[in-house]
Unconditional design. Sequence first.
Length: 181
Amino acid sequence: MDKFVEQYRNNEIDKDQLIQELMTHYGSQVTRLAYSYVKDVQTAENIAQDVFIKCYKKMHHLKKGSAIKPWINSITINKCKDHFRSGWVKHLRLNVDFSKFIKSTAPSPETEMAKKDQHDELTKEVLSLPVKYREVIICYHFQELSINETSELLNVKVPTVSSRLRRARLMLKEKLEGDHK
């Protein structure tokens, strides 16, 4: 994909062609990443559009030799953060299947209801974390990025990601255990 950026820099293709290639190649990935933050399909699609508009406007800021994917991911995460800062985002739901964390041999209606309750409780607690902790949980556990990839994506140092991940897990553990006492 970086070959298209080089072609653009060498004036072999114009900016419109480059953005079209980026949208074709990264569109669904950007939408999925945005969705992992906002948990709403329409909002994620709107953010993805905003991401490619920003790419179009700021293409000249991409440093020579820099990979395009981390740059686009960074723009996506920043757009998601902007969305949360907008003030009107109040109710979010993390749509992740936590059934793999719940041991059950024969699912009964009671067991299914308990799973749903646990899922809802964990979702609520993850979303109640401060953004800097929530985003490392989402990147590491839900996007399945490595700590190094999470570090690069969030533009923070690896030890910071590790520390935030550990603190986020402790916060979740305390909140979840505190609710059951």
